[in-house]
Structures are given as C-alpha cells and as structure tokens.
Design a protein around this ligand. Structure first.
Ligand SMILES: [Zn+2]
Length: 200
C-alpha cells in the first residue's frame, strides 16, 4: 500500500504515513470508530445522570383533563414545576405562573354563577368574564411555550440543535390545542430517548 499524499510505501495496518504523517484510509476508519465509541460512552454517562420527570400514558392526560373539567391542565404544570426546574436548562418554571393559571381557571368556571355573591353588578361580572375568556388561553399558551423551551434546552445538552427542534414538541398548533397532553407526550419521548429518567 502507498500513501495517498506522498506516495511512500506504508505497512498494512499503519494508521498514519511514517513519512508525511497523513492518515491512511485504515487510520481514518479506526479514528472514526474511536470517535463513535467515545460519543456512545459520553451519551451513556449522561443518560445515567439524567434528571427525572413523571411518565404518564398519552391517553391519561386528556382523560384526566376531561374528567376534571379542565382543571388537570393547571395541575399538570404545578405538579411538574419542581421536576422541570431540575432539568439542564437556563429557563425555569416560576411556580407562581401555574398557580395564577389555576386561579384563573377556577374563576372562569365559577364567576358566571356568582356575580351577586362577589358583590359585582352584571356588567362588571360580564366584563371580568370577558377578560378571562382571553386571559385563560393566553396564560395556557405562555405556560406551554415555557415548558417547551425548558424541555428543548434540556434536550440540547444531549442531541443536536436541529434534532431538538424536530423532535421535542415541534408543533405550535399541537401545543396550543393540547398543551399538557402534548408536552407529556414529548416528556415520554425524551424518556424513551434516555435524555430524561422516568420518575418512579
Ligand atoms: Zn505520506
């Protein structure tokens, strides 16, 4: 065999040309294998220390949502906040946000039947209810986007940025329509990818 760069004869099994130092095709193969092995080791080491999140079947969250008249949505955020804040991400979940969201959901549900009890005129009550009708979905989207960002930043420690955008809660429409159910689906996926550990 001869060196591809300088043409000098090289022994079979040599990784580099002894004259000019250029890598042989065999050397390149060995180098690539070594790199791949290191990458897998690194991945395995990271997965062993991956922080945990609760797993829930993809059917459970929408079912819980229906059964609790939607209250499961704010509950999902409150119950996941502590786990989310332990992930490898700069963005954090401020517990105040899901608590405000929960209060808004309760108000949205009970306000129409309790104008008088709260000392509100019909006009005042209708106005507040109208504001809530916009505020509840906005808050729900703010929370969903924040959780997506936390999950994506965390995933970015393990996988390529392009892969993160493609795999971790990629659809804004799904996020808007299904919020916590879609996010839980992404969490489950991250557990399957071993970049999150299932919380037992
Ligand atoms: Zn050479």
């Amino acid at each position: 065999m001869n060196c591809t760069a300088c043409g000098a004869p090289i022994e079979a099994g040599a990784e580099k040309c002894p004259y000019c130092g250029v890598m042989t095709p065999y050397g390149e193969k060995v180098f690539a294998e070594r790199k791949e092995h290191e990458r897998q080791e690194e991945q395995r080491r990271k997965s062993e220390n991956a922080p945990c999140m609760a797993y829930a079947s993809w059917l459970f969250v929408p079912a819980a949502y229906v059964l609790t008249f939607g209250y499961y949505a704010p509950y999902w955020y409150v119950s996941r906040a502590a786990s989310l804040n332990k992930l490898y991400s700069e963005t954090k979940m401020n517990l105040l946000l899901p608590v405000i969201y929960a209060v808004m959901c309760v108000a949205f549900f009970f306000l129409p039947s309790s104008f008088a009890a709260l000392g509100l005129t019909d006009e005042q009550g209708t106005l507040i209810f109208g504001v809530l009708m916009f505020a509840v979905p906005i808050m729900s989207m703010v929370l969903a986007l924040r959780v997506r960002r936390i999950l994506q930043e965390h995933a970015g420690r393990y996988i390529e940025r392009s892969e993160v955008i493609r795999k971790i809660a990629p659809s804004g429409i799904m996020l808007f329509l299904f919020g916590p159910a879609y996010l839980q689906y992404s969490v489950n996926r991250m557990i399957a990818m071993k970049i999150l550990a299932p919380k037992l």
